[in-house]
Design a protein around this ligand. Structure first.
Ligand SMILES: N[C@@H](CCC(=O)N[C@@H](CS)C(=O)NCC(=O)O)C(=O)O
Length: 203
């Protein structure tokens, strides 16, 4: 299989962390791809017409895309338990919350990096940060029992989301209001799968 990805992509990180956790890393070739909403020329367009990463080329069928689809496929392929039936709606909601943090954080990144400075809108950026901040508060207030339980895809998505916020928006503070979440993340970040996928800008 080929996974189109970049070491800075938090959505790809979700997939790669799962590959580590399920022992499937050797089954996948990691293919570097890069782009932005303004330039999809180096994106895997044949695999994903949306021009986004990650996308996974499977040996037995067409390419699949969107990190949530890929992680579910990889989970089933390994017969793993990252989508537990007994708490499936909680798990999917936690994953959606983390992915929502990622979507807002990526828009914040694009606003600063892709949009020309004179066209940037502070209110838009603050609106995105508001989403991240509220979601972190809810994780801290309502989800710590789940996050302290057996690892599922929600844990991986939250780990990737907080890692990306730190990576691209380190001046923003999500920790001081969310002490329990910060402490969970500090521990979760020590997993070999997380240490092996710390985001880095390509040289
Ligand atoms: N919902 C998608 C989002 C993927 C996504 O936005 N990836 C970014 C890289 S981190 C991308 O490809 N951006 C290029 C673009 O938006 O055109 C997923 O979960 O895979």
């Amino acid at each position: 299989m080929k996974l189109y990805q970049a070491p800075t992509s938090p959505y790809a990180r979700k997939c790669i962390v799962l590959l580590h956790e399920t022992g499937q890393l050797d089954d996948v070739e990691l293919v570097f791809a890069t782009g932005s909403p303004l330039d999809a020329s180096k994106m895997p367009l044949a695999q994903n017409p949306l021009g986004k990463i990650p996308a996974l080329e499977r040996p037995d069928g067409g390419a699949i895309y969107d990190s949530r689809v890929i992680t579910r496929y990889l989970n089933d392929r390994a017969d793993a338990a990252f989508y537990p039936e007994s708490s499936i709606w909680e798990t999917l909601t936690l994953e959606a919350t983390a992915d929502g943090i990622l979507d807002a954080a990526l828009l914040l990144t694009y606003e600063a990096r892709v949009r020309p400075e004179e066209k940037q809108m502070a209110a838009f950026a603050e609106g995105q940060w508001g989403k991240i901040s509220r979601a972190c508060n809810v994780l801290n207030e309502r989800w710590m029992a789940h996050l302290s339980g057996p690892m599922d895809i929600g844990h991986i998505a939250v780990g990737a989301a907080l890692g990306y916020v730190d990576f691209r928006h380190s001046a923003r503070d999500w920790r001081s209001e969310n002490v329990a979440l910060a402490s969970w993340y500090a521990e979760f970040s020590k997993r070999p799968s997380m240490l092996a996928t710390v985001p880095v800008d390509p040289k």
